[in-house]
Design a protein around this ligand. Structure first.
Ligand SMILES: [Zn+2]
Length: 452
């Protein structure tokens, strides 16, 4: 089965903090996502959206602004002391540092000073050396390391994602003496960041700057400072090369505590945020519907659901859309679906039509739809669906579903029978489990699907 994964790249962590990073599939996938939004937004040939008229009140209006609610206890509310991701991106564009924090379950904290490598200067590297461990690292993608012929220091550990992947160390040949001064190291960092640098004429090896290999997939693949830093500078529109150092207490050299990191950020007006952990991620597992998603048919609500799911993810700041191919017509294929449409025109409802053609009312299978979020690092998800079968089908693949977010789109004259059939015969829920901006709405208590 073919699958296309779209993922919005701005993460707002629901639980603890607002600066959060995500796996980035690369700029092409984001562009594809936005293209799809554009495509779905212009449904009719003349470019206008179809007229929606709400005909019944049985469907509860979707409230999506709870995602930006300031309500006390709202899990999406940024916790005090952390910065919105926009601030971090702005700071990086302005050639400033960002403090990235990684806190594990038992409270161990590690913080890094992070900046775009292309903005390295003597003064800035001096700041890093003064507040950091003394080791200046440069986060780089595999293709840049290959271009510069920088192999891993310990290739045998490449598969061990628990540790950072250091390559052999370097100094720039031009503009350096011993390689250790802030000025020398700034020149080395700039040389590593430059797409024009070439081995072996541009670098001495070993040296005093430590390149680190970025793992494709970013922080959702490996929750590491290397991945976070490269993801951040990429989001800021800079070349995907970061410079970073672990922050230590300037008094005794111990690893900086969270309080210390917050004070450092505050003293120097630096944004501070922590690395994502794949928890409570909004996930839409969308069944392919060519006629709805691309051509904007009014017979079904698929295209509107996909649009709305992307809008909700955008508002929430992070999330995953998995687009499952082969799910046309609830798994019967496009040509059979069109035949089913003909039967529907003759009076069958959507379920009867599938049965009449010799298929199950719903022939979809969701294993792959769960494995993809799992593979890209989602641990717990808030599933965006009205369909209890989907809710049940996506459990049990190493993923915990911690809540359901309804995806409620307008009922129209054209789709109301179809929606009503799904409600009556397939148990679709066109209402919120809990209304309003209550934090419980984010994590509704969902009973087993057969109870709905
Ligand atoms: Zn559809």
């Amino acid at each position: 089965m073919d699958c296309i994964v779209f993922q919005h790249s701005f993460f707002l962590k629901p639980s603890k903090t607002s600066l959060n990073l995500t796996h980035q599939l690369g700029s092409t996938s984001r562009i594809r996502a936005w293209k799809l939004v554009t495509c779905c937004g212009n449904r009719n040939v003349n470019g206008s959206l179809p007229p929606f008229g709400t005909l019944e009140t049985e469907i509860t209006n979707e409230i999506i602004d709870f995602f930006v609610s300031d309500a006390e206890g709202d899990p999406d509310r940024p916790s005090p002391g952390y910065s919105p991701i926009e601030q971090a991106i702005t700071a990086l564009r302005q050639q400033k540092f960002v403090v990235v924090v990684d806190e594990d379950e038992i409270g161990n904290v590690e913080g890094s000073l992070v900046m775009g490598a292309c903005h390295a200067s003597e003064k800035r590297i001096g700041f890093m050396v003064r507040h950091g461990s003394g080791i200046v690292s440069v986060g780089m993608k595999g293709e840049d390391l290959e271009r510069l012929k920088l192999p891993l220091m310990s290739p045998e550990n490449e598969d061990d994602s628990s540790a950072p992947s250091f390559t052999i160390t370097v100094d720039a040949k031009v503009g350096t003496s011993t390689g250790v001064s802030a000025s020398d190291r700034a020149n080395t960092v700039l040389a590593l960041a430059s797409p024009k640098s070439r081995p072996p004429e541009d670098f001495k090896r070993p040296g005093h700057v430590f390149p680190l290999k970025y793992r494709n997939g970013g922080v959702l693949h490996r929750v590491g400072h290397t991945e976070a830093s490269v993801d951040l500078v990429t989001l800021a529109g800079l070349r995907p090369v970061s410079v970073l150092t672990s922050v230590v207490d300037i008094e005794d050299g111990s690893l900086a505590s969270l309080a210390y990191l917050k004070k450092l950020a505050s003293d120097h007006s630096l944004p501070i945020g922590d690395i994502g952990n794949g928890q409570d991620v909004l996930v839409r597992v969308h069944s392919e519907c060519l006629t709805g998603d691309i051509f904007g048919t009014r017979r079904c609500d698929c295209g509107n659901q996909l649009d709305l799911a992307m809008q909700i993810i955008e508002q929430a700041g992070r999330g995953v859309v998995v687009y499952l191919r082969g799910h046309e017509g609830r798994g019967i294929g496009l040509s059979h679906k069109l035949r089913a449409y003909n039967l529907q025109d003759e009076g069958h409802d959507t379920v009867e039509a599938n049965l009449e053609l010799g298929f199950a009312a719903d022939a979809r299978e969701y294993g792959i739809g769960a494995q993809i979020p799992h593979d890209i690092g989602v641990h717990t998800m808030r599933l965006m669906t009205n369909n209890p079968a989907k809710f049940a089908g996506l459990k049990g693949y190493g993923l915990a579903v911690v809540g359901r977010v309804p995806v409620l789109t307008p009922i129209t004259e054209d789709n109301k029978r179809y929606l009503e059939t799904k409600r009556v015969k397939m148990g679709h829920i066109y209402g919120s489990d809990i209304q309003g901006t209550s934090p419980h709405f984010i994590k509704p208590t969902i009973k087993e699907s057969n109870q709905v």
